[in-house]
Design a protein around this ligand. Structure first.
Ligand code: GLU
Length: 469
């Protein structure tokens, strides 16, 4: 018999930014579905009406799209399925695995203490009454009636066999007094209805898996295969927090990380393929298996992330990088020349090797975007002694007659000039650099000249040389 096609899902709650842990869960579910030739679904868990917002739904769409994790079919909105969640509760009520339970504090008084004395989790005082809703009184919640004894066992792909004694699982709430479904109920009904076969999510949901498994059994359904992913910690071993820098997909994007970097790096948080560091999506898809996810917490190492990003920046198409740098500069107070795009296209191939992020790449391009005449800083001005001015003036004439305006010939021309002057490059290099860059970071001199082009380079030299001290 052919086995059931794999269906995975990511089920974020739209209550703010998309956390990097959720992005890693999305990636693993996506990789596994693609590896198995199955489907990767998206469900928006907007059951909590107070905390869910339309903006946060958009953040989820944008984050997944930016990460390149395309889901299959239409997203499912959990809130719209509340009637189906309630219908499942009606079945559990009819079959005796759910009980109406007085929601008022007064009627429930003593229940937690009694549970503690008897050595089990909270039990509804109404769990053994056969009475219908009406006799319980209003308002009331509906609770799951957890079996008295025995255990609920989860065969987790990451954590192995995990046993939960049923006495430790409370009679958990399914529907609130206003009839609103609670998270665990909604997840169970939705995963079943969506045909989800594999649930990979953060390990904080492990005990929910026990409650969900109880409901699957009560409803006569087969639970999915669970894989609870290890925590993501900071490099110092502490839980990832603001102190460690970015935590959300949006923040990584704003800080200038490329989506392929984040995909590759996140894939290595809890999973890996031997010692392979940099790998393509196709390789990750070919290699990925939920069975290979590790139990040990993963650590986010910024140095490594930067190393990955530098790799992907070097690989990236220059047109694309130009667009990203323009976007990054858009958020800064930088006045751009009309030909900014062309200048960036000239600069990026020569400077990108030194950039760990798009923001750094933007910084490395700033010198090329300056408009003449450049303001020289104190240091630049002090370098322009009479002797150096005279020398730069002779260099200017030499450069005017320079044939090939590319890095190597320019490098050779500078060396030749130094030799002809009988001085080392140190005698005029720093001043030339200041004149060309206006004090901003710039690549080596030949690189800077190449990026600026002949007329801009000569123009910047002319401006500086004619500047009155
Ligand atoms: N909405 C839950 C979360 O964002 C999803 C948990 C699950 O995947 O079942 O953590």
């Amino acid at each position: 018999m052919p086995s059931k096609p794999v269906v995975t899902r990511i089920a974020p709650s739209p209550t703010g930014a998309m956390h990097i842990g959720n992005a890693r869960a999305a990636l693993f579910n996506w990789l596994y579905a693609r590896h198995e030739g199955g489907k990767f679904l998206l469900r928006i868990e907007d059951t909590d009406r107070e905390r869910s917002t339309a903006d946060s739904v958009q953040v989820i769409f944008d984050s997944l799209e930016w990460l390149g994790l395309q889901w299959d079919g239409e997203p499912v909105f959990q809130h719209a399925r509340a009637d189906l969640h309630r219908a499942a509760v009606d079945r559990m009520l009819a079959w005796g695995s759910a009980v109406p339970c007085d929601g008022t504090a007064e009627r429930s008084r003593g229940a937690p203490e009694q549970a503690k004395d008897e050595g089990h989790a909270l039990r509804s005082p109404w769990r053994d009454q056969t009475a219908g809703h009406n006799q319980v009184g209003q308002p009331h919640v509906i609770r799951f009636r957890t079996p008295d004894d025995g255990e609920t066992v989860i065969e987790d792909l990451v954590r192995g066999t995990v046993r939960f004694p049923n006495k430790d699982l409370e009679d958990f709430v399914l529907l609130r007094t206003d009839g609103a479904p609670i998270y665990n109920l909604a997840v169970t009904v939705d995963d079943h209805d969506m045909g989800v076969t594999h649930v990979a999510r953060g390990e904080e949901h492990l005990s929910n898996a026990a409650r969900q498994t109880l409901m699957y059994h009560a409803l006569g359904w087969t639970p999915p295969t669970f894989a609870h992913l290890p925590l993501i910690l900071g490099k110092d071993g502490a839980k990832l927090s603001k102190r460690h820098g970015a935590q959300s997909v949006g923040e990584f994007r704003q800080m200038g990380y490329l989506p392929e970097t984040v995909r590759n790096y996140l894939a290595k948080l809890g999973w890996g393929h031997g010692d392979d560091e940099i790998f393509s999506d196709a390789q990750a898809i070919a290699w990925f298996d939920l069975n290979d996810v590790t139990k040990a917490p993963a650590r986010l190492d910024w140095d490594k992330l930067n190393h990955f990003n530098n790799h992907y920046i070097r690989q990236a198409d220059d047109e694309r990088l130009t667009g990203l740098v323009l976007d990054a500069l858009d958020t800064r107070d930088v006045r751009l020349p009309a030909d900014a795009r062309a200048r960036l296209l000239a600069a990026i191939p020569l400077v990108k090797e030194g950039a760990k992020t798009i923001l750094e790449l933007a910084d490395l391009c700033l010198f090329a975007l300056k408009t003449r005449p450049l303001a020289l800083d104190e240091k630049g001005l002090s370098q322009l002694t009479d002797e150096t001015r005279a020398r730069l003036s002779r260099l200017r004439d030499a450069l005017e007659n320079q044939g090939d305006w590319t890095p190597q010939p320019l490098e050779a021309a500078l060396k030749q000039f130094a030799a002809a002057e009988g001085v080392g490059m140190g005698k005029f290099g720093p001043a030339l650099r200041s004149v060309l860059s206006g004090g901003a970071p710039a690549p080596d001199l030949a690189g800077a000249l190449t990026i600026l082009g002949r007329s801009e380079s000569l123009g910047r030299l002319d401006d500086a040389l004619s500047q009155v001290r």
